[in-house]
Design a binder for this molecule. Structure first.
Ligand code: SF4
Length: 682
């Protein structure tokens, strides 16, 4: 095939690249301007890897044995039918992923609700952007991670990054921050914090108090944008009733950040002609994640930033299709176009597109963590199908998740590598990779991108769309209800999304092939798209943004005598999410081949540990064995571990599954732990 212009398979920046066979070259595209990170450069490796799956497999006497596609699909369809016959429609569950294309996410939601009639579908985006999404909906009435193009950041005077480390997680992004005065909020001195003029390092789980303290300093300093608050928002008085008591000195006692630094941050933001506040997982992955993000949005609103060209609030989405993946129906409570599953008008509209009765559609189901917790339990699902996710590594309290998987009657995993979750399955279905199929993704700025087929897949693999088609037919669905061609699915998706918040109805493959930059909503065929949202009005019925009253409550679990330290988890440059892909790429895995625990040397030595030793990081839920890495800049009561590794190296063996009450996001970013040598000395 000739060289094809496409996009990176990994994160939500969706850097432009060209593929000639499996050879990657960077491409000049607005978000990356010719740059790629190490993951992008090496992303072609897996296309030719001998480790990829090319044959369906069935577990026979404990081992996975190759079988034909017909056999595998017949077997899966029969098991799903039998399970539902014995235990009801909700006994079969589906778990999707934020890396799936829009077409796959859409068809997966339709498959669950129409072909299976189950309410039990959710996806790993719950573990990623759900808190920012929930807070965005509360404040603005719509959730588009960045309601402005990434390139707008170039003109900012000041950018505050809360819990974001793009210098490590999406390096090409940082070129948009060059020349900008950066304020970085992070308990760790990350590579991004090194770029900042002001690094605010709150104690883990206290971001909300910090945001309240800065907001208080804004008001106290006379910087409240009163005309903006009057003209474009509601709810300031209710919000201020709480924030008024968070003077910086009080916030300093909770966060450890000096009141002077809070005032300096407030002054910098207020003095800027153009300023942005951006959040990411560090502040979002908490049991108070929605409130945390709400606090940062309150700060942005008090300064009059959102809905103004050159300023704003945004979320740095993580997974490749983290944005589109949460818009089209693989989420437990959602229908395509960011419609609510419990909205009668939305049900009528989407059921009409699907050619079914609205009453036949199930209602909302369990969120991801709750779904995994219910597997194999009384009244819980007995069979699970997983697409594009590796929950054995990525879910909180992951050994418990693994145990739950083993209690299922039937587990099916569709993947292109034998992930740790696939290795436990009764049936493994080998599917195509990103460059072997067409599909659209929606990047972190809400721009819809066409990722084009650049390679012919090896014999033996099929696309996820083919899998859903084959199963739907075997489950008695009409032949054409589940198309296999991505463009055909997209044509249906755009009609289903019409009139929704995420309206794609004016987008077509032809427009995307022609290179048009289309940010949703795109409500008509000749609509130019909406690169900047909220310029005239926010998406609430009254057109106003809402301040949301939020109060600091702190982490779900605090250190005590038995678990005296706090642990936080995150990513490294070389790996992506659960590492199922990047751990197979030598150039990446050789650099970071195993989990490590970053710890202050004094803390390590007190536990009898030296650099390079194996340490046990233990919480109330489990323990991880990790190699000690000294970090002089780390707070003495904090340890950090990356979460990309399997087995006993899983950071998620100890993380806290406490959930945010709104987003159902687990508290990945803070829990109480102890540190000891492997022989148990502390
Ligand atoms: Fe790929 Fe993200 Fe790296 Fe860009 S920053 S090359 S999209 S992983």
């Amino acid at each position: 095939m000739p060289q094809v212009d496409t996009h990176c398979p990994y994160c939500a920046l969706q850097c432009g690249m060209s593929l000639d066979g499996a050879r990657v070259t960077p491409r000049d595209f607005p978000v990356n301007a010719g740059g790629l990170c190490q993951k992008g450069w090496t992303s072609g490796s897996l296309l030719t890897s001998p480790k990829r799956l090319t044959t369906p497999m069935l577990r026979v006497n404990g081992a996975l044995e190759p079988v034909s596609w017909d056999f595998a699909l017949d077997h899966v369809a029969r098991k799903l039918r039998e399970t539902q016959k014995s235990h009801g429609p909700d006994s079969v569950a589906i778990f999707g992923g934020g890396g799936l294309t829009n077409e796959k996410a859409y068809l997966l939601g339709k498959f669950a609700r129409v072909a299976l009639g189950t309410s039990q579908i959710d996806y790993n985006g719950r573990f990623c952007m759900s808190s920012a999404a929930a807070a965005g909906i509360k404040a603005f009435g719509a959730d588009r991670g960045m309601p402005f193009p990434v390139t707008d950041l170039k003109n900012a005077d000041v950018v505050l990054l809360a819990g974001a480390n793009p210098a490590e997680t999406m390096p090409p992004f940082t070129q948009h921050l060059r020349g900008t005065d950066l304020i970085v909020v992070d308990p760790r001195r990350t590579p991004t914090a090194e770029l900042a003029s002001l690094h605010l390092a709150p104690a883990p789980g206290t971001d909300l108090a910090l945001a309240l303290g800065i907001l208080h300093a804004v008001v106290e300093g006379g910087h409240l944008n009163q005309s903006y608050v009057d003209d474009r928002t509601s709810g300031f008085a209710e919000m201020w009733r709480i924030a008024a008591s968070w003077w910086p000195e009080r916030a300093e006692r909770v966060t450890g950040v000096s009141a002077a630094d809070m005032r300096l941050a407030a002054e910098k933001l207020a003095a800027a002609r153009n300023a942005y506040i951006l959040t990411a997982r560090g502040t979002e992955q908490h049991a108070t994640g929605t409130a945390n993000v709400g606090a940062w949005i309150n700060l942005a609103l008090s300064l009059g930033l959102p809905g103004r060209t050159g300023s704003g609030y945004g979320c740095l989405t993580g997974q490749g299709n983290g944005q589109g993946g949460r818009e089209h129906g693989q989420k437990a409570d959602q229908l395509p176009g960011y419609r609510k599953l419990d909205d009668p008008a939305a049900r009528e509209h989407v059921a009409g597109v699907w050619g079914v009765d609205a009453d036949s559609l199930p209602g909302p189901g369990r969120s991801a963590t709750e779904l995994l917790e219910a597997l194999g339990q009384e009244n819980g699902p007995k069979a699970l199908m997983v697409f594009g996710s590796n929950v054995v590594v990525s879910a909180p309290r992951s050994q418990r998740v693994q145990d739950r998987l083993s209690e299922l009657d039937f587990l099916v995993v569709a993947d292109f590598v034998l992930s740790e979750t696939a290795a436990l399955a009764d049936v493994v279905l080998p599917v195509t990779q990103w460059a072997e199929e067409d599909g659209t993704l929606t990047n972190l700025e809400g721009r819809i991108l066409l990722r084009r087929k650049a390679l012919t897949p090896p014999p033996g693999v099929r696309s996820d769309l083919d899998v859903l088609h084959g199963l739907a037919n075997r489950l008695g669905q009409p032949e054409n209800r589940f198309p296999t061609d991505a463009e055909t699915v997209f044509e249906e998706l755009r009609i289903a999304s019409k009139g929704g918040i995420a309206d794609y109805s004016g987008v077509s493959y032809d427009r995307l092939r022609a290179g048009e930059a289309l940010h949703w909503p795109v409500p008509e065929n000749d609509h130019p798209g909406t690169p900047r949202m909220f310029l005239d009005a926010f998406a609430h019925p009254d057109g106003r943004a809402r301040f949301v009253p939020v109060e600091h409550t702190g982490p779900a679990e605090l250190p005590d005598d038995e678990f005296p330290l706090q642990a936080t988890t995150g990513r490294v440059l070389q790996h992506y999410q659960s590492g199922a892909q990047t751990r197979l790429i030598g150039e990446l895995n050789d650099v970071v081949p195993e989990v490590f625990v970053e710890v202050h040397p004094d803390t390590a030595k007190r536990a009898g540990l030296e650099e390079g030793d194996r340490a046990v990081v233990r919480s109330r839920r489990g323990e991880t064995v990790a190699k000690v890495r000294f970090a002089q800049s780390l707070k003495p009561d904090l340890v950090f571990l990356p979460f990309h590794f399997p087995g006993e190296q899983r950071a998620n063996l100890f993380t806290n599954p406490a959930l945010d009450p709104v987003s159902r996001m687990p508290e990945f970013k803070v829990c109480a732990v102890s540190l000891s040598t492997v022989d148990g000395a502390a």
